[in-house]
Design a protein around this ligand. Structure first.
Ligand code: OAD
Length: 243
């Protein structure tokens, strides 16, 4: 594997990692795009939207309850674990994830920016109160806040904007990166997909790990094809030949 990653890591370069659903694929969490992302034949885009929730909150919650049950049984894989070791080994590290599964935190990463929210939090549709809530069966469906209003998953849906503070932080981090790793994302959902290009424009060395080429591939300095659970630990734990 020809790579400059060990060289960047050996000098303690400022490192940002952007992850997508692919990093959790080998933990058993289905990615969004492709047949395995379907739930009862329905695409996530038709469930993860304010319009879908307004029309049928019970159906959207049934999908989230199913995902909570599924993800609860999943464990961090060697890719998550390699990223936890990476954070512990570097003076300046940021992990920006589009995943809502919580597996980076479960693996031991502390600096996790969950750009699309969390499967394990609910938000009151009236008061906006966010609470950690790990249930997948609720006394009533769809679940309600004690104030009487509907609860919704605290995740960013299609057609919604990301929390401004989170996006600002992600942009700031990307601009400071010397090494930028993009792992397991199809690179088509904005604004997360713009982060690697932004980092590269500021001089970062951009490295992709994905079994397939993506729209981000042309703007990377290195692309490594293969499953993250195999490629990432190998990449991050290679000896630096220049040392
Ligand atoms: P996608 O499902 O769009 O893409 C998953 C990516 O992971 C693809 O590029 C696959 O080639 C790659 N992949 C598959 N198996 C892999 C493996 N074992 N190792 C590494 N990569 C692998 O997921 P995201 O890019 O995360 O947003 O999707 C972005 C956003 O779209 C999600 O956060 C979600 C979705 O709609 C919201 O819910 C707002």
């Amino acid at each position: 594997m020809r790579t400059r990653v060990p060289e960047f890591l050996a000098r303690g370069s400022r490192t940002v990692v952007l992850t997508g659903a692919g990093v959790s694929a080998e933990s058993g969490v289905p990615t969004f795009r492709g047949a395995q992302g379907l739930w009862q034949g329905v695409r996530p885009e038709e469930l993860a939207s304010p319009a879908a929730f307004a029309q049928n909150p019970g159906r959207v919650w049934a999908w989230y309850a199913w995902r909570r049950d599924l993800v609860r049984r999943c464990r961090p894989n060697p890719a998550h674990q390699a990223l936890a070791r990476l954070e512990a080994s570097l003076p300046w590290f940021r992990l920006v994830t589009q995943n809502v599964d919580g597996l980076h935190t479960a693996a031991g990463n502390e600096q996790v920016l969950e750009l699309h929210g969390s499967l394990w939090k609910t938000r009151c549709t009236r008061e906006g109160t966010v609470k950690e809530d790990r249930r997948s069966t609720f006394p009533e469906m769809p679940p309600r806040c004690p104030c009487g209003a509907l609860l919704r998953p605290h995740v960013v849906w299609f057609g919604e904007t990301l929390a401004a503070a989170d996006m600002e932080q992600a942009l700031k981090d990307a601009q400071q990166a010397e090494l930028f790793l993009v792992v397991g994302t199809s690179g088509i959902v904005q604004p997360a997909a713009s982060l690697p290009g932004l980092a590269r424009a500021q001089g970062a060395h951009v490295v992709e790990v994905n079994p397939e080429p993506t729209p981000l591939t042309p703007m990377t300095d290195e692309s490594h094809r293969g499953p993250a659970a195999e490629v990432l630990p190998a990449l991050l734990e290679m000896e630096n030949e220049n040392s």
